[in-house]
Design a protein around this ligand. Sequence first.
Ligand code: ATP
Length: 333
Amino acid sequence: MDSASGHSDPLLTVERLSVDFDTPRGTIHALRDIDLEVPKGRILGLVGESGCGKSTLAYSLIGLLSGNARIAGGAIRMTGTDLTRATARQWRDLRGQRISMIFQDPMTSLNPVGSVGRQMTDIQYRDRIPASEKRRRAVEMLEKVQIPDPESKLDVYPHQLSGGMRQRVCIAMALLTRPELLIADEPTTALDATLEVQIVRLLQDLQREIGCSVIFVSHHLGTVAELCDEVAVMYAGEVVETGAVRDVFRTPAHPYTQALFECDPARIREATRHLPTIPGTLPDLRQVPEGCCFKARCPRAWDLCAAKHPPLYAAGAGHHGRCHLLAEAEASA
Ligand SMILES: Nc1ncnc2c1ncn2[C@@H]1O[C@H](COP(=O)(O)OP(=O)(O)OP(=O)(O)O)[C@@H](O)[C@H]1O
């Protein structure tokens, strides 16, 4: 397999994963032959335009794909187990215990009619410890996510909290079971810029403390540059570039990544809420084009790009790009 991160000891390895969605208007090939390594104890950013498959990949890794989704091929390996073959029962054991997720909208994971304390103790149902100890752990975790007066917050309901506080509760719940992998799917999109910075810092601190791996899905290049160690750039259901954040941001290898950065007015540092648009549109994923899927929008495309689908070529140590230009560069080096 093409190494996606260059790390020898990944927590989770995605091998040639393909996911289809069956719809009345045809089959959408949303993910095609995804190869990715999630390094142990590090933060991997997943970036790309809306519709490129970030959420589909994230949901595949926690077994929460929608009913019309089908894993069309490949494997997701985590310590010897292929998660694509996990039974509903195995998923129940994995979820919340080894793999947790925080969503864009905190209300996706919070029960509106349950108090914060109730939800935070319920999530510890596997632990054979007294209820008082579960409450103590909940308070400790609320303290960690910097919720003021945590003891009193156990009795409140989600609607009594602000958006930022709700997301902190979700982070606290997701980390309460000390998972090995935390998937954060655009967790700051619904928050204003100041809160976004606070939440990102918090995630960074907690990740260091707990030592879990994190997959951080984001539209926001600046946040990824600040928070993540590694990055995978997705386009039209494929991973088109992977590597250490410093390498990919300094010397993007794929014309799509270059275009993303070029039309980002913030150019890494300043806060932007959404990726600016690149001329053209994503291809129709019901009829995936031959050759390179970015060719119609690529200023550097030539004949080969229409004829041959590019594999992931090395662009440097632990840095890969799915572009024929890299093979040309290699050949002339
Ligand atoms: N349940 C579904 N049924 C049919 N098609 C779907 C479904 N979920 C996603 N898709 C399609 O799969 C493709 C990938 O979507 P996905 O939501 O994973 O992209 P994304 O990069 O996460 O986008 P965003 O940033 O807007 O969340 C898109 O073409 C989308 O329309």
